[in-house]
Design a protein. Structure first.
Length: 351
């Protein structure tokens, strides 16, 4: 982590404002991470729309190993020099990259990577991946892909969909070679090719392989499902490990707030539940939302039962508290295709 001083934060924010105006003209449509007017849900919508509407049968889930720690300063400056002619801006960026770490009154300069936590780091990461991955992947799709191909990138996490397995295997091999040329390395455990899409369930069932594999993206697990009418439906469920970590944090905080008044506890828990819904309340994720509310109610009952020696609080007493303070699970986000069509009304190239 690199935590800048107040003066550096202000200056970095000003530089980012200037550079955003330049690079937003260059960045491609399938790049969503840390860009103005683009959110994680925009990337999720693009991925869902691509899988639903294009001939996607294979998914390449690609992730770089320790991306922010391995960015080459030399290559990054060379990329910036393509569009930035002001040496003062380049000199500032060099200083921020080499600011280093102060530990036990000893300063260690950074020879690679961008400081996580710095205001300028997300933009620098996008510039680096724009030249290393985006432009190359777009050209590869035009020149070498034999079938349909979709690309969605959020920061260093990329998901690509292919019609043919041969395209996916060839792209992965060439992506690994290109990454090494620019001091990056694909994560061997997180990078994989799986069969996924509208025909995956049918093909695996015919071969006796069970349900199709799943993959994770931006806090959700993507699952091959079916509509009630029998057609293909992409299901998005909250990642189990993220859900468990959130519940664990709530449990620890409830221990600390055990002796607060019930209305104070209820107000705090309501904020937690609403915050969880704000991100995760997408269509097809209702079971996870309901499970989260039930688990929070169970933790609250346990905490209240341990406040004194009056005995256990019964479940007959809990519904009134739960209904009064914990909001029921809603669906707050529209279907991905609808929001994607509104935000990309002209079907932006590369989106």
């Amino acid at each position: 982590m690199g935590i800048a001083s107040l003066e550096d934060k202000l200056l970095q924010r000003a530089v980012v404002a200037v550079l955003n105006a330049i690079y937003e003209e260059d960045f491609l449509g399938f790049s969503y991470g840390f860009r103005p007017k683009r959110s994680q849900h925009d990337a999720l919508d693009a991925l869902a729309t691509g899988i639903q509407r294009r001939k996607v049968s294979w998914i390449l889930d690609a992730d770089y190993r320790s991306f922010f720690d391995t960015v080459s300063h030399e290559w990054l400056i060379r990329f910036l020099e393509h569009r930035i002619g002001d040496e003062r801006i380049l000199r500032l960026i060099r200083k921020w990259l080499k600011a280093g770490v102060l530990e036990a009154e000893v300063v260690t300069e950074s020879e690679a990577g961008t400081p996580q936590g710095a205001t300028v780091s997300p933009l620098l990461a996008n510039v680096y991946l724009h030249y290393v991955f985006d432009l190359w992947a777009q050209q590869w799709r035009k020149r070498h892909a034999r079938g349909d191909m979709i690309i969605v990138r959020y920061a260093d996490d990329s998901v690509l969909g292919f019609e043919y397995e041969a395209d996916a295997q060839r792209f992965l091999a060439e992506m690994g070679t290109r990454s090494k040329a620019f001091s990056l390395q694909l994560h061997p455990d997180k990078t994989r090719i799986i069969r996924f899409g509208r025909f995956a369930a049918l093909n695996r069932k015919e071969r006796g392989r069970g349900k199709p594999e799943t993959f994770n993206f931006l806090g959700f697990t993507m699952i091959c499902g079916q509509k009630r009418t029998g057609g293909f439906q992409l299901l998005r469920r909250t990642r189990r490990d993220r859900l468990q970590r959130t519940i664990q944090r709530v449990q620890e905080e409830l221990q600390r707030r055990r002796h607060q008044l019930i209305p104070d506890q209820g107000k705090w828990l309501a904020q937690v539940v609403r915050g969880f819904y704000a991100y995760h309340a997408v269509p097809t994720n209702y079971p996870a939302l309901r499970l989260f509310r039930v688990r929070i109610a169970q933790l609250w009952k346990r905490a209240l039962s341990r406040r004194g020696q009056r005995g256990q609080l019964t479940w007959k007493q809990m519904p009134k508290l739960v209904d009064a303070w914990l909001p029921p699970p809603p669906i707050l986000h529209p279907w991905p295709e609808r929001r994607f069509a509104v935000k990309h009304s002209r079907w932006e190239p590369c989106a």
